[in-house]
Design a protein around this ligand. Structure first.
Ligand code: UD1
Length: 423
């Protein structure tokens, strides 16, 4: 298994290109199930999770093609063709929970789906009850058997008013896609409003869907008989943007994040400013620079536009070398502090009390061998390694490859001493 070795202490300077968001690309690919015509996505990130979704769509019968593997043209994915199989098998779903996003489109399009029930994962139990309840309200008959969800609606789905008890990202996406082909009007109230959901909605509209309230917590969808093909550029990855902003800040450097969008960072921009990090928006991206010292800033994870749970680990790495203290409270997932013991092995002073972590900044971290436990935890250890004295080796890098494209190349191009050690 590959490892990443970092020799820390070098400030980053240069430019990093921000690619299309993984969390937008995955539902956008699932939207390809809603039509026989071609859905062409551009600005596709080259990531393991995108490959997993490609495999899943292919076994549903779709042709998923990369017209060209070279340069920017290689970032185009063309999805199309009839659905020949409505089962999403355990072997793929267990690798990636976002596989559940095929459920709504399959039922809406062909009236049935059998999708392996995603299990818990290292960051929490992550049930899918909101996806299932919403589909039931739209008339699907849902049952669980042998570890699989079966949902059927032979006469089609019908519009419904769905009040979500919690603004789940995945449930909002699944139900919005299903509602596009349902009979009549669907209202999703207390919907999640992450930029990736708005990007999916924009793509669906360009396929002929009728969606009002995009970007708000109340989506109104008028079902249509059929959707058609489209070409859609995937929105820039705000988590990749925030992660590299933390990399610039933790090393005391200055980096231009080409393609990054300040407006999509939500509370991350304010928290970074409070910590002493300057972010200025230009036409083609954001320039990030640490002003003087790093200051402690408290954050609480919340649905967008609050501070994203997917940035909590990276911000914790940053706070571990601040000149004060910070309290980081996790409200989205119940077990998302697995990076804490690893950061502490590098000399951080972090205590966890229930769903909060108290971080007391130290002047310097020291390099150590560490173990990546999930995607964002992995990258927080890379950030810590960039700032630490000496050598850090991050093991189990496959987590990182699920969501970050060529992380070591991007950081090395800005002056980091970092390399991948093939395992
Ligand atoms: C998405 C993101 C993930 C991010 C998360 C929260 C993708 C592919 N993944 O995951 O990176 O960390 O949003 O911003 O976009 N819940 C239920 N029942 C449900 C659905 C969710 O209880 O039916 C709970 C979950 O257990 C969790 C919380 O709601 O505690 C948030 O989950 P959700 O917003 O659905 O996250 P995902 O779509 O899985």
């Amino acid at each position: 298994m590959d490892k990443i070795r970092i020799r820390g202490g070098r400030p980053l300077h240069g430019e990093i290109i921000i690619r299309g968001a993984k969390n937008a690309g995955l539902p956008l690919m699932a939207a390809g199930l809603l039509t026989d015509e071609r859905v062409v996505l551009t600005n596709v990130p080259l990531l393991e999770d995108i490959r997993t979704m490609t495999a899943l769509l292919r076994q549903h019968g779709l042709a998923v093609e990369k017209p060209n593997n070279e340069g920017e043209a290689g970032r185009v994915l063309s999805i199309g063709g009839p659905i020949t199989n409505t089962e999403a098998p355990y072997d793929i779903v267990r690798k990636m929970r976002a596989s559940i996003l095929v459920l709504g489109p399959l039922v809406a399009r062909v009236g049935e789906a059998r999708v392996s029930l995603p299990g818990g994962c290292s960051i929490g139990t992550r049930p899918v009850d909101l996806h299932l309840k919403g589909l039931e309200q739209m008339g699907a008959v849902v049952s669980l058997d042998g570890g699989y969800i079966t949902a059927t609606a032979p006469a089609g789905l019908r519009g419904a008013t769905i009040l979500m008890p919690f603004p789940s990202v995945g449930a909002t996406e699944n139900l919005m896609m299903a509602a596009c082909l349902a009979n009549g009007q669907t209202v999703i109230a207390n919907a999640a409003r992450e930029p990736e959901i708005s990007d999916l909605a924009a793509c669906l509209v360009s396929m002929g869907a009728r969606i009002a309230g995009i970007g708000t917590d109340r989506l109104t969808i008028e079902g249509v008989d059929r959707l058609h093909g489209t070409t859609h550029p995937i929105v820039a990855d705000r988590i990749e943007t925030g992660t590299y902003a933390c990399a610039a800040a933790i090393t005391g450097g200055s980096v231009h994040l080409r393609g990054g969008r300040l407006a999509h960072l939500g509370a991350v921009a304010q928290s970074l400013a409070e910590a002493g990090v300057e972010m200025t928006e230009q036409e083609d991206g954001i320039t990030v620079r640490r002003l003087n010292g790093l200051h402690g800033a408290d954050v609480m994870t919340e649905p967008y536009p609050g501070f994203p749970t997917d940035m909590q680990a990276q911000f914790m790495a940053l706070m571990s070398v601040s000149d004060g203290a910070a309290m980081l409270t996790e409200t989205i997932f119940e077990n998302r502090f697995m990076h804490v013991p690893e950061l502490n092995r590098m000399g951080a002073r972090i205590n966890v009390h229930g769903s909060s972590a108290i971080v007391r900044g130290v002047p310097q971290l020291s390099g150590a061998p560490v173990m990546a436990t999930d995607l964002r935890a992995s990258v927080s250890l890379v950030l810590a390694g960039l700032a630490a004295r000496g050598e850090t080796v991050v093991n189990r890098v496959y987590h990182l490859d699920r969501g970050y494209e060529a992380v070591e190349e991007k950081l090395a191009a800005c002056g980091a001493d970092i390399e991948r050690l093939p395992g």
